[in-house]
Design a binder for this molecule. Structure first.
Ligand code: NAD
Ligand code: UDP
Ligand code: UDP
Length: 313
């Protein structure tokens, strides 16, 4: 029998690439999504495939299915989306984790959690190792996401200790590539879409804040390595590209690749916007033999090609 893989949030950016990867590897894939930020277009090419099934479902409600592996990705990831309905964001992370952990417990499935570098908040330690506990505002506009994800990690480790669940927790740093939502407000999609439309690029703050950008193919490779890693290796493990760029440098890179006449415009920095972020990936290297391979310039070229089709259609 084929391996049965459940991907929650499977029609979103990362989820759709993960569905593709498992279909390619010969698994039976069950994709569930409530289509809050996901798009059917991301998985439309899989509909009708004999090993692919799509189900509209909200993870805050129980789910009774039979599967071998669960990737729990359901959660809006961009600040403008997760702040639209912050209560639902916390519910998705917390109730979603409880339901998926309850499911994993019943069917004895291995379960993967898409956690985030946001658990480190606005970090005082740079780069961030997994042992760092973070500096998170519990009551700010980003808290629904940060604290929701932190609580989900707590639940994963309590189910591991209390019920011996086979858990795998990855802390994802900023990832980009095709299938990103064109209007989700994340910096790479914003800059690329703005440059393609000939609009000015919107820099928040002075543009000196830093992020590390990982191309989606590298990230998906990391997810699968983590899911297939030795039993007992629970993580949390950081995954991201340690190459660190200021937002001004990113803007220059995008403008250089797209060309055109766009200029830079400066706007207020959002509340609690972390000043710097860069993963320490020594654990992923040591335990999973994983490190990113795609250079920012090459990943941006693929992303620009994708957005060209969207912007022109
Ligand atoms: P995305 O918004 O493209 O995908 C999230 C998917 O979850 C969407 O398809 C959405 O419709 C679905 N969803 C949201 N709430 C749901 C609910 N209650 N029930 C069912 N489905 C629901 O975001 P993404 O970038 O693909 O992120 C996927 C996961 O990875 C998220 O958990 C996110 O927190 C995490 N992550 C992503 C990044 C990144 O840079 N992309 C960084 C850190 C963590
Ligand atoms: N759950 C689910 N699918 C399952 C099994 C459980 O969605 O196949 C949900 C169930 O609704 C429950 C949650 O997961 O609320 C946690 O399950 P668990 O067995 O850990 O706790 P309990 O049922 O005792 O509350
Ligand atoms: N940002 C920006 N212009 C934009 C969108 C975002 O300068 O049009 C900045 C944002 O303030 C943050 C960084 O880019 O400092 C990354 O933002 P994103 O929302 O992509 O990810 P996150 O803040 O969650 O890391």
């Amino acid at each position: 029998m084929n391996k049965r893989v459940l991907v929650t949030g499977g029609s979103g950016f990362l989820g759709s690439h993960l569905c593709d990867r498992h279909i390619k590897d010969g698994a039976d894939v069950l994709c569930i999504d409530n289509f809050f930020t996901g798009s059917k277009a991301n998985i439309s090419h899989l509909i009708g495939h004999p090993h692919f099934e799509l189900m509209r479902h909200d993870v805050t409600f129980p789910l009774y299915v039979e599967v071998d592996q669960i990737y729990n990705l359901a959660c809006p990831a961009s600040p403008i989306h997760y702040q639209l309905d912050p209560v639902q964001t916390t519910k998705t992370s917390v109730h979603g984790a409880i339901n998926m952990l309850g499911l994993a417990k019943r069917v004895k499935a291995r379960i993967f959690q898409a956690s985030t570098s946001e658990v480190y908040g606005d970090p005082e330690l740079h780069p961030q190792p997994e042992s760092y506990w973070g500096k998170v505002n519990p009551i700010g506009p980003r808290s629904c996401y940060d604290e929701g994800k932190r609580c989900a990690e707590t639940l994963f480790f309590d189910y591991y200790r209390q019920h011996n669940l086979d858990i795998k927790v990855v802390r994802i740093f900023n990832t980009y590539g095709p299938n990103m939502h064109p209007n989700d407000g994340r910096v790479v999609s914003n800059f690329v879409v703005q440059a393609l439309k000939g609009e000015d690029l919107t820099i928040y703050g002075d543009g000196q804040q830093t992020r590390s950008f990982c191309y989606v193919d590298d990230m998906i490779d990391g997810f699968v390595r983590m899911m297939d890693s030795e039993k007992g290796f629970t993580g949390p493990v950081n995954m991201g590209n340690p190459g660190e760029f200021t937002m001004l440098e990113l803007a220059e890179n995008v403008l250089c690749l797209v060309g055109g006449k766009s200029k830079l415009t400066f706007h207020p920095l959002p509340t609690d916007d972390p000043r710097q972020r860069k993963p320490d990936i020594s654990l992923a290297k040591e335990k999973l033999g994983w490190e990113p391979r795609v250079r920012l310039e090459d990943g941006l070229k693929e992303t620009i090609t994708y957005f060209k089709k969207i912007v022109n259609s």
